[in-house]
Design a protein around this ligand. Structure first.
Ligand SMILES: [Zn+2]
Length: 471
């Protein structure tokens, strides 16, 4: 964790921790125990930070989230642990790096790359820890493809709604459940929104929200999946860069998906406020990964560990917080469950916090990509994704360890687009990072277990979200 210049409006993770530590000390000196807090944890599936107004995007994609962020702590540099849903949600729930929890794609001794490995039942999740502490727990998950009981991600949730709906419906379901809760018992609600995940939600926006945003696809134009598939085929099969209008069309659809997501998210945030719950609720809004629009010759997500797929929003509203702050120190998605426990459930944190700090003593944040989606491996561009990629961030440098020996090193301070590979020139710097990476990879061997095969309905959902081909 690097030190941060002090400023009245900017607060580092370290300062936040210090505030918490002082509070914990006071509590140990005989003050009243900290009250249990309700927790709302929101994942904006497939949302890259740089397409949000509060992270500097020019288009008004997310006015509600931007207004919320202005009254919250916004983490300027937040990263996921993986470029796709399953391993990143498993990190968000367990606090462990994917190299250690093992819920990701895996090559078996047979040589086959399995679609995905399940999170082990033995792992302790945030929902399980809160439930141990007396919290009621519920999840409202639109990503039914991988955030589901089959992959072990329902652990600890007493109620688990698992069906793709638009964001407004997801918010309504979550609020309906909150309304059934007894006021004396704290609760934990997890919501996953899929409007910015293929097929992007390009429904027409109300006029007051549509200004400054692209129009939905017109009659006769390719729909959102057709436009995405066209870009996909072009990037993977053509030697020349895609026509800019093809890229822009996909970005337009994605941005409309964000705007629809924001509209639905505002229903949840406004609903909490109208019920007077923001005073006693810790609200965390983040994402599981981003999306590529042709950068590094990649489209969609689940492929490789570049920043377009890993830089995510993280916005945290503490109970009764009124003033917004910006936290500069980098933070990982895997840091979130320990943060939630410390701030909302200090009693649970005292007993269980060590369970949620799973990077095996690594000197910086880590991420991994294991192969790619099954349909990518099946298609002619498969060989490009037949490898494992691990990333580690230390200070401003990022090392990508590649199982095929094609390692990369970037100075993100000077080269945020990861365009100049410094690996061949920086042998001294990379040697220690490579040793760390090898240690982490070895520590994680054996994590994850094979899930049961998907049934017809589950397979249809995996096809709809683009993970599995039609073969
Ligand atoms: Zn996802």
């Amino acid at each position: 964790m690097r030190p941060v210049a002090a400023s009245p409006h900017r607060r580092s993770v370290w300062e936040v921790l210090c505030v918490w530590a002082v509070a914990a000390l006071l509590q140990g000196c005989g003050a009243e125990p900290a009250p249990a807090r309700n927790v709302v944890l929101v994942v904006l599936d497939t949302v890259r930070a740089d397409h949000l107004g509060c992270y500097g995007y020019a288009r008004p994609t997310t006015p509600s989230l931007d207004a919320f962020a202005a009254r919250s702590d916004r983490y300027a540099v937040a990263r996921s642990t993986a470029p796709w849903t399953l391993p990143s949600h498993a990190s968000l729930f367990t606090g462990k790096a994917p190299q250690l929890h093992g819920a990701d794609a895996r090559r078996l001794p047979s040589g086959n790359v399995e679609d995905a490995m399940k999170l082990r039942d033995e792992e302790l999740t945030l929902a399980e820890a809160l439930r141990e502490g007396g919290w009621s727990t519920a999840a409202f998950v639109a990503n039914a493809g991988y955030v589901n009981p089959r992959m072990g991600l329902d652990q600890g949730f007493q109620e688990f709604m698992n069906q793709r709906h638009d964001a407004r419906t997801m918010s309504e379901r979550a609020l309906s459940w909150i309304d059934t809760q007894a006021p004396e018992r704290p609760w934990f609600v997890f919501v996953n929104y899929m409007d910015a995940h293929r097929p992007y939600n390009t429904a027409a926006l109300p006029p007051e929200r549509a200004a400054g945003l692209p129009k939905p696809p017109a009659e006769g134009e390719p729909n959102t999946v057709e436009a995405l598939e066209a870009l996909y085929r072009h990037v993977f099969t053509q030697a020349d860069p895609p026509p800019p209008e093809m890229v822009q069309r996909v970005i337009d659809d994605y941005d409309l998906g964000l705007a629809n997501l924001d509209l639905g998210l505002s229903a949840l945030l406004d609903g909490l406020k109208a019920r007077g719950l923001l005073e006693n609720t810790l609200v965390v809004v983040t994402a599981d990964h981003g999306e590529y629009f042709g950068e590094h010759d990649l489209v969609e997500h689940s492929k490789d560990v570049y920043e377009q797929a890993l830089r995510i929003p993280l916005i945290v509203k503490r109970p009764a917080q009124k003033d917004g702050r910006v936290v500069d120190a980098p933070i990982s998605l895997a840091d979130v469950p320990a943060m939630v426990l410390r701030e909302a459930a200090p009693e649970v944190a005292r007993r269980r916090a060590e369970k949620f700090s799973g990077t095996n003593g690594m000197p910086g944040q880590v991420a991994q990509a294991r192969y790619a989606r099954r349909r990518d491996l099946e298609a002619e561009w498969g060989p490009r994704f037949q490898r494992e990629r691990d990333a580690i961030y230390v200070e401003r440098f990022k090392l990508i360890y590649s199982s095929d020996g094609q390692h990369e090193l970037y100075d993100l301070g000077a080269d945020p687009g990861e365009l100049e590979n410094l690996f061949p020139r920086e042998q001294t710097r990379v040697e220690s990072l490579l040793r760390w990476m090898e240690r982490l990879r070895l520590a994680g061997e054996g994590g994850g277990v094979l899930p049961r095969a998907p049934n017809a309905e589950e397979l249809a959902e995996l096809r709809a979200t683009g993970y599995v081909g039609d073969k």
